[in-house]
Design a protein around this ligand. Structure first.
Ligand SMILES: Cc1cc2nc3c(=O)[nH]c(=O)nc-3n(C[C@H](O)[C@H](O)[C@H](O)COP(=O)(O)OP(=O)(O)OC[C@H]3O[C@@H](n4cnc5c(N)ncnc54)[C@H](O)[C@@H]3O)c2cc1C
Length: 271
């Protein structure tokens, strides 16, 4: 009599061709809306820091995929993701329950506009993010190339509540304690966390903080200047629109992979 198929064989048989199935290594929950996880990186999987990939899970017999920024830098042996938990979400209602040892699917081709190649050389790089929009920047701030191209890197992260900022603080600490990154980054990286719905030392939407000039005063830098400043924006559709308008008003022009310029944008989610 044949031995019964092992669970792994059953799962493997359902995984679509041409898709990676990687093993979850760790999961960390921050709030009831946010978590991060790390998984194995397939041999031969290449990406540029800041890009996104389609990741998914088998839900019943069908794979469900969503776009996810790769939060780890391109040199990392593992892949990291920072995720929302949407209660009835087709993917994240399941993804939020993953445990080490589980399999996550990933399509083979990463892509995206939040890459260093899409910017012309400058002196100071601003990364404007809200919520999970910090994910592509989690990759870029851990990539030595970012500090080769820019003298100063400013990461702004705006959330509703203070607890939602924790991933950003953990990243800063990781960099400070990292054997080689700490030396490369030195004091070039500035973190500017702001909150919109709770009292906090830095409060309000990033566009309001730029309009009033408070962001620049707090950081001790001059207002935006297209000769030296570059920008990357990742957040909700409304945040992208307002931040883009402010950068354009300041004289910066939007770029793309095919036409590098002074700033680039990408939606953190559709909706
Ligand atoms: C280019 C790109 C990169 C993305 N990168 C990430 C990432 O790194 N991390 C991540 O968590 N999500 C990211 N997303 C969103 C992601 O693709 C999914 O929408 C999200 O995982 C929820 O999936 P779902 O199937 O559970 O719900 P969906 O049906 O996809 O979404 C349901 C609703 O939840 C809300 N929502 C979805 N995602 C978010 C979010 N991230 N923050 C706040 N509200 C949201 C929206 O209102 C949406 O209409 C990205 C989207 C795009 C387009």
């Amino acid at each position: 009599m044949d031995a019964p198929a092992k669970i792994d064989d059953v799962v493997a048989a359902k995984i679509p061709d041409g898709v990676y199935a990687e093993t979850v290594l760790s999961v960390e929950h921050y709030t009831d809306r946010l978590f991060r996880f790390r998984m194995t990186r397939p041999a031969g999987f290449r990406f540029r820091s800041g890009e996104f990939a389609m990741i998914g899970l088998m839900v019943g017999d069908k794979p469900v995929y969503r776009a996810y920024s790769i939060a780890s830098p391109s040199w990392d042996e593992e892949l990291e993701f920072f995720s929302i938990k949407v209660p009835e979400g087709p993917l994240t209602s399941h993804l939020q329950a993953i445990q080490p040892g589980d399999k996550v699917l990933m399509r083979k081709k990463p892509t995206g506009t939040l890459v260093l190649d899409a910017l012309t050389p400058g002196k100071r790089l601003y990364m404007f993010s809200t919520g999970t929009g910090i994910a592509p920047f989690a990759s870029l701030i851990r990539d030595p190339d970012t500090y080769e191209m820019f003298e100063e890197v400013i990461l702004t992260h705006t959330c509703r509540e203070v607890a939602e900022l924790k991933y950003g603080f953990d990243l800063m600490e990781e960099i400070r304690n990292h054997e080689f990154l700490s030396e490369i980054v030195g004091d070039k990286l500035k973190h500017y966390p702001t909150v919109t719905r709770e009292p906090y030392p830095y409060q309000g939407r990033i566009t309001d903080l730029m309009e009033s000039g408070k962001l620049f005063t707090d950081l001790g830098v001059p207002p935006l200047d297209p000769a030296v400043d570059r920008g990357m924006i990742c957040g909700s559709t409304a945040m992208l629109k307002d931040t883009k308008a402010f950068l354009e008003k300041s004289g910066l022009t939007e770029g793309a992979n095919s036409k590098p310029a002074e700033f680039v944008i990408e939606r953190a989610f559709v909706g």
